[in-house]
Write a protein that binds this ligand. Sequence first.
Ligand SMILES: [Cu+2]
Length: 128
Amino acid sequence: MRMVSAVGVFCGIVLLRIPLAAVESQVYHIAMEGSAPYYTPELATVPVGNPIQWDNQTATDHTVTHKGCLTKKTCAFDSGSVPPRKSFSLSFLQPGTYPYYCRLHPIMRGTITVIEPKVSAGRMKIIE
Ligand SMILES: [Cu+2]
């Protein structure tokens, strides 16, 4: 009896995850560059569930540091030093707007906005 319940729960989880897997397939790339705007695109809007990857295309180290890490509020992500030709990836962020910067070069700033997927036009919700 317990086995049957466990299988039922497992199948339910698998079925629920199928639409999410389809959404997760696309990686959003943000380039780190040596001149303004430094993070390209500077303002990026990404559906929730999509991995985000920052690619360092410069000759020096950079970080991808959520502004909250500086203000000691919510520190959603902090890459540490990302060397040249290396990348930093985030697999999941809650919906919301995340200003971030480079700890090594505070002039470098960008913003990620994670939005709910477009279930339907009437239900779409943008968090700012
Ligand atoms: Cu930098």
